[in-house]
Design a binder for this molecule. Structure first.
Ligand code: ADP
Ligand code: MG
Length: 289
């Protein structure tokens, strides 16, 4: 694979992953003597949901950090929509269409749901206005129709219309997670990375959030892909188009949920912690295949 120069804008077709929304190519990361990731390659198709699972310490968060640009790998490359972004900063990756949510939501508790989305939207399309409104709130102008339409659309997509004017401090975690997703979507990204979006949610909130993920993919006007790191393998298998399984820093399986369910290496990795697999309706174990 040839590597694109930093300034080429964008690099075209020089990678076998050029057709993917996002890919990691032979990524290796060491922390001291520990190989957190060894030669890991994944490719996320446009308009798809990719699940990234694996036992604790498998390297999921490390891979997400490499994809988002927070961490530079020792070896390997990252491609975003056909462009080699290996040496591109987090900010520049976000300008190129990558967004992410955090495990710990970073929200302003006093602001309402709508205000969060408005702020994120303005930070992108009208940063000067954002600054002026902060300096002199009395000068706040009525919002342009394009902004109101976009924010209303997001609220509806996320099932948040009813709580639009409630401060986020008063809302349960499931709703707060939706606001985080909304903030990521307000920048009109092509790829959103989500770090354990279901953690701490009860079953109902999880199901609602997963339904929203599906809808987001189906209803955007441009191709959008989600990369979801999740502890809950049952949820990932039910939600994802493609699943990548890490174990001790190695990619041990990649495929459709059905392929992953029946993969002996995956079953072995989860042995001793078999409950999640049973919940995922692993069916009768087909060992020795
Ligand atoms: P996961 O998210 O799958 O639980 P991580 O990617 O967080 O796994 O971690 C993979 C391995 O790398 C673990 O053994 C972890 O202890 C180690 N690790 C992660 N981050 C660091 C770090 N900043 N410094 C040293 N070791 C780390
Ligand atoms: Mg982690």
């Amino acid at each position: 694979m040839t590597s694109a120069s930093l300034n080429s804008e964008p690099a075209t077709g020089s990678s076998s992953d050029a057709g993917s929304a996002l890919s990691a190519d032979q990524v290796t990361v060491h922390f001291g003597g520990l190989a957190a990731l060894s030669d890991v390659s994944i490719a996320v198709a446009e308009g798809s949901i990719a699940g990234l699972v694996g036992p604790n310490g498998a390297g999921k968060s490390t891979l997400l950090a490499v994809l988002s640009g927070l961490l530079r790998p020792d070896r390997g490359r990252v491609w975003l929509r056909g462009e080699d972004v290996s040496n591109v900063s987090v900010r520049s990756r976000s300008r190129r269409g990558m967004a992410r949510t955090f495990q710990q939501p970073e929200l302003f508790l006093g602001l309402t749901v709508r205000e969060h989305l408005v702020l994120t939207y303005r930070a992108r399309v009208a940063p000067k206005r954002l600054w002026r409104d902060m300096i002199d709130p009395r000068s706040v102008l009525p919002p342009p129709k394009s902004e109101t339409d976009r924010v209303d659309g997001l609220l509806e997509l996320l099932n948040l219309t009813q709580v639009a004017n409630v401060p986020v401090a008063a809302l349960p975690l499931g709703i707060v997670r939706l606001v985080e997703v909304g903030r990521a979507l307000a920048s009109d990204p092509h790829v959103v990375l989500l770090d354990e979006p279901l953690s701490g949610l009860d079953m109902r909130a999880s199901e609602n959030l997963m339904g929203v993920f599906r809808r987001i993919i189906d209803q955007t006007d441009h191709p959008l892909s989600l990369v979801i790191v999740e502890h809950d393998i049952a949820a990932v298998l039910s939600l994802s188009d493609t699943v990548f399984v890490l174990d001790f820093g190695q990619l041990i399986a990649a495929g459709s949920p059905d392929e992953i369910r029946n993969d002996p290496a995956v079953q072995a990795a989860y042995l001793g912690d078999n409950e999640p697999l049973k919940r995922a309706q692993f069916g009768p174990p087909e060992r020795g295949r």
